[in-house]
Design a protein around this ligand. Sequence first.
Ligand code: ADP
Length: 726
Amino acid sequence: MKSRGVGRLLGWIDTIMFIPGIDENILAMKKNVWLGSFGSGIAISGMTLLGYFLDLPVIVSYGFALLSLTIPALIILPFLKKNIDLIFFSIQFILIWITFFFMLRMGGLLTSAGLLFTGISIIFMSTTYQNNRLTIILFSTYITTLITTALLQPKLSPLPQMTPAKNLLFFTVNFTWQAGYTLLLIINNISQKKKLAEAKHAEALRLQELDEAKTRLFTNITHEFRTPLTIILGMARLIREKPEEWLEDGTEKIGNSGKNLLNLVNQMLDLAKLEAGAMPLHNFQQDIILQLRYLVDSFSSMAISRKIRLEFIPGTDHFLMDYDADKLMHILSNLLSNALKYNVDGNYAEVKAGPAGQGENDFVISVTDNGPGINPEHLPYIFDRFYRIEKDNGKQESGSGLGLTLTKELVRLMKGTISVCSLPDKGTTFTVCLPISNQALLRETAGFSDFRERWISESYLSGHERKTSSGRKGEESGRHILLIVEDSNDLVDYLEAVLRDDFLMEFAVNGKEGFDKALEFVPDIILSDVMMPEMDGITMLDKIRSDERTSHIPVVMLTAKADIASRLEGIGRGADAYMSKPFHEEELKLRLTKLIEQRNTLRQRYASMGVFTQSDDPTYKTEDAFMMKIRGIMEANLDNEDFGINQLCRGVGMSRAQLYRKFKSLTDKTVNEYLIQFRLYKANEMLKNTSLTASEIAWETGFKNLSHFSRVYRKMYGHSPGSHRN
Ligand code: ADP
């Protein structure tokens, strides 16, 4: 670990080396060269001092010669922006020749106090340059001076002041600091390489995340596009087939879906424009409070349908300032629709607006809700493009993750700021501050009221009033019960129109409600969307499959995700079929009917009283276990005449209605029918395999009235119980 002192020194070097606009590589090189020169400066000073104390003027001169180059270099380096390698190359080139000169003066390689090592650190330091050729030139020059000194040796004589003892001391000192210095350079090099590798790794991760974000966006966008497209195509078909019935309703729904699509496309285009700096600002001086009041008002029907109390709390009645009304409308719509969309039914949302306190020149708008809030770990990212928060169960609300990005960009365009404050389970506040000025043209504000028509899709505002069930005209009609779990109101309307002649229908808006309704009604079949708020289709499917009361119900998943992975996931978890949007209504009807028919194989298996063995086939596994449990309970109570549906319900932990519905769909019999047949089947077995009398057997199988036993037995087997004995 670096000590605090070193950390502070490095931080200080960072600040003095920085020049605005400097290239990062050059900055790094400057730092390395400066540190290198600083280190050698200290070492040279030490050597000079030692020379002075040991009375060696030649070493002192050599030291001063080196310092006269090193100190100016340290001073000018922070101001350099380019050509650093060339300047330092020149200095080092001169240093090599100075050293050469002193080696000759001191009588050759071995009597010159170890000056021959100086070149080594020079060469190592030059490796930080961006140009290899400079290092090679320095190296060749250094070697040339060494060889020349060696060749000139016969002509040289050592200085008398440099005694062998002093020479040895300096030889060792010089070698040690050069070697230490070289070691530091190598360590520095290695750690930089490591940093580079880490940076590369981080970049790879970033690219991978970007890639995943793109895929996520693609999936979400496909989902957002496919739902309205399904409605448009389906409604167009209905209008073609039954124009008298569907013309009005159908065209309205097509219009709404079209608006939704347009909204999404506009959002994407706006973002692209904003990022390209191509979105102009149309500022006018107008009453911002008045516009905000209209905007909040236009969300009231959406709030009412969610039972959310929506309030507008202005700081003043009117406020004139310069701003772009379109942009403000987008900003507030995004924040408000989030405050409603992510909120919980029955909560509140409020918009406060007014000029900031004294001495500040801002107009502040805040949008607050007391919904689920945002976890602190997500807060820094919610304004990022495509960023959406996965819920605890790993699933998400519908949305594109573009809303807040767009909002932030728009606020920035208006020279304002946006901030968020959120506490999990307490709620969220978004605060927008816009600078106040009054220089633009004055504009009438009467036109605000048509924002609602122009911008906010009607279906979005009113689309949250949910259907509960289509008139159930009684099960005696023989129609099967279909539970539709889908969050898009328009799609539900369309499905109802297509399927109402063939099915009795129940509806749920998300997986949670879907599962509750599946328990309540035990439908014959379920048609469910995959991506839904609160609980998605796959989680619901898991719950349905693992609950004995609902495990037998066929489930068809309806999804916009056409990709194979999500289909496999659904099928793997026990979905019986997958339909991708947009779908063809005939195909859908056929699928549903066929799946209900396929349950006949179950009926054949369980309706007959014959013994079956527990199967490992997933189609039968759970239901086998269930029927075996039923039979076990019945068998244990065989001689109990009073045993009936109530005791059986208690035994399997189901309500009468649940058991009735499940039983009917597994066996096509009522519980009572099945129980009597089971008793008779057991009686028949005993008649064949034991020597008990018919009246004893009747008693054993819960028929306390012998003539009743004979009558029902004859009805089932076509002969009297006594005939076995005859
Ligand atoms: P989206 O299209 O998904 O709504 P946004 O950019 O508008 O995208 O929001 C990003 C994420 O921030 C959302 O997925 C949501 O989880 C979270 N978020 C935004 N506003 C709120 C809020 N008022 N309450 C809770 N979560 C919110």
